[in-house]
Design a protein. Structure first.
Length: 103
């Protein structure tokens, strides 16, 4: 599993019939910043993932890739490589909240 921020949506009017009605999100994976472990930093790549949970813009999500993505509920027969499997409420590192920032 990986952490990511939802940075957009992907709309494809022509696609495999199994993908009809599926919401596609553009994700920016996140990693704990080695120089400052009290924050997350964006990775270098982007990922398109199927979302069945209702995540939206700027949400922090958990996603998985490869055969694990197809193991998610309702994804077994889909031609996918990434799926959103959770909407994150909070991330703690070394007993310190790093996402969302503490108020």
């Amino acid at each position: 599993m990986f952490l990511a921020r939802v940075i957009g949506v992907v709309v494809a009017t022509k696609k495999d019939a199994a993908m009809t009605g599926r919401k596609l999100l553009l994700l920016r994976p996140l990693v704990v910043d080695e120089a400052a472990p009290d924050r997350l930093r964006a990775g270098a790549n982007t990922v398109v993932a199927v979302d069945a949970l209702g995540a939206g813009a700027e949400d922090l999500v958990l996603f998985c890739q490869g055969s694990s993505a197809r193991a998610a509920d309702g994804m077994k027969t889909l031609p996918i490589d990434a799926a959103v499997i959770g909407i994150v409420d909070r991330v703690d590192v070394f007993d310190q909240r790093i996402a969302p920032p503490a108020a």
